[in-house]
Write a protein that binds this ligand. Structure first.
Ligand code: UT7
Length: 374
């Protein structure tokens, strides 16, 4: 029996706090004109003190589950693609799992920089197709504002915070995720990196003084690489899915730079109107950029069920890739609507109490075990 992986739910979460190019010009030597003309970005959202990659990711996930009419207990697997995880470990995915009360889910983070969301969709789809799982939550979430060097005008103007999530579900109906392309070239690892804070260069007073725990980038090299791989990955993924470039209804590219997207469109000989672009309002939100753009296009009716959509991205690593999908939307209900009461504040209180309950029971267990040993 054939199994297909369909995207059946989607949601986003973006901090309310907006930083315009004019605000940026108040803290570094730049202008609105320079940023717009070189990147297409006009503003970005910046996380507030209480917000984090896990909190934004959890909010986006709850919205996606509501669209799919699934409860957190229905999820088998959570993959969080992120370039700004809360910690090296535990994974941000496990923290999201706890925050949404996904009691039956496995969870892990996927590190492939801005290409992460594309690879996460492919991993979830593979697990669904093999029959290993039925329902997956794929999240791209970022608080890159915490990792940019606010004294480096070449990078801090680019990035923004936000999260997007998809629910993927198994179905015997054909469609959903059709094909994928995943590529990497680690020889370009130094072109876009956070040099310190890992096992190679652990954080020290010197690394902090040298600002090596912030994002460092060779913008021109990354730009050249991006313009080359975006068109190639799109061609490859379309070929693998057995349709033609002209059959694509929508391309949702990684939202890094308008000029990169324009160059890709030209190389593919596709009109720019067929590209979903919203980077003007969000900047580069890394793994969150593709779901943020997709959800906008689905919500305003551009992307319709049955449409052929290509997600294509690139990023640090270097990494790049694409996924071709036939857009689905929510599957017919297999049980009564589960969400109206679950989204209620009471459910949120319940999952917080559940998390605290587990911590307390571990504490008690520790005391009991300690006594037994002595
Ligand atoms: O998810 C992947 C993330 N990375 C990317 O997508 C990055 C791809 N690269 C880019 O988007 C572009 O390379 C940038 C937007 C980062 C830079 O644009 P560029 O046209 O490549 O500029 P540049 O680095 O060649 O710099 C040109 C000039 C330099 O001045 P000089 O040396 O010509 O006098 C920079 O110092 O622009 C200067 N500059 C700025 N001026 C005003 C760099 N940043 C700024 C700024 N405001 N924010």
């Amino acid at each position: 029996m054939n199994r297909f992986a369909h995207i059946t739910g989607w949601g986003t979460s973006v901090p309310a706090n907006v930083m315009t190019n004019a605000d940026m010009a108040n803290i570094i030597d730049t202008t609105d004109e320079w940023i717009r003309s070189r990147t297409g970005i006009a503003q970005r959202h910046i996380a507030e003190a209480g917000q984090s990659s896990a909190s934004l990711g959890a909010e986006a996930a709850l919205k996606a589950l509501k669209v799919a009419n699934k409860g957190p207990h229905d999820i088998d697997l959570i993959i969080v693609a992120t370039s700004s995880p809360e910690h090296i470990f535990p994974s941000t995915a496990s923290l999201v799992q706890d925050r949404i009360g996904a009691t039956h889910a496995g969870a892990f983070d996927l590190s492939a920089a801005c290409t992460g969301f594309i690879i996460a969709i492919n991993m979830a789809a593979q697990a669904i197709r093999t029959g290993s799982i039925d329902t997956a939550l794929v999240i791209g979430t970022e608080t890159l504002s915490r990792l940019v060097d606010w004294e480096d005008r070449a990078t801090c103007i680019l990035f923004g915070d936000g999260a997007g999530a998809f629910v993927l579900q198994a179905s015997q109906e054909s469609g959903g995720v059709l094909s994928a392309v995943m590529r990497s070239d680690g020889s370009g690892g130094d072109l876009l990196s956070i040099p310190a804070g890992g096992s190679k260069l652990p954080t020290s007073a010197k690394t902090v003084q040298d600002r090596q725990h912030f994002i460092q980038m060779n913008g021109r090299e990354v730009f050249r690489f991006a313009t080359r791989v975006m068109a190639q990955a799109t061609e490859d993924v379309v070929h693998k899915a057995n349709f033609a470039l002209s059959d694509i209804n929508w391309v949702v590219p990684h939202q890094a730079n308008l000029r990169i997207i324009e160059t890709a469109a030209k190389r593919l000989k596709l009109p720019l109107e067929r590209f979903v672009i919203n980077l003007e309002r969000y900047g580069n939100t890394s793994t969150a950029s593709i779901p943020l753009a997709t959800v906008e296009a689905v919500t305003d009716g551009r992307i319709q069920p049955g449409d052929r959509v290509v997600f294509v991205g690139f990023g640090a690593g270097l990494t790049w890739g694409a996924v071709a999908v036939q857009w689905t939307g929510p599957l017919p209900l297999d049980k009564p609507k589960v969400w109206p009461y679950r989204l209620h504040g009471l459910y949120r209180i319940y999952i917080k109490l559940r998390s605290w309950g587990l911590k307390v029971s571990r504490l008690i267990e520790g005391v009991v075990w300690g006594r037994r040993r002595s």
